[in-house]
Design a protein. Sequence first.
Length: 113
Amino acid sequence: MAEPPGLWGSRVQLGTPQGIDVDDTSQCIQAPACECCGGGSERLAVVTTGTDIGPLCLTMCDECRDAGEFPLIGIFRAVTRVLDHAGHLGVSVEDLAPHAARRAGPAGAGPGP
Ligand SMILES: [Zn+2]
Ligand SMILES: [Zn+2]
């Protein structure tokens, strides 16, 4: 349980071009169960969603994806997940910052009810 290899060992490139595909899940790690309903269906897939702090990836089953349901996760877990997904994309969190809140309305609005 030392530092995870690869994630923080990679070099951060400053001035990364704008064309980051934040929805690229090719490097994301699929969980053994749906993170929304907890079902261990065989129809799991990694999906991305935008949050106030940045895009992150989740493993969800067919049904939850169809229903458009996303699990409620705490802010600390969300931060971790955004960091994880930045690692999956091979970019820094700063690179993802422009993509934060892309579904959450105007910046500075804060978490809604
Ligand atoms: Zn589900
Ligand atoms: Zn990811």
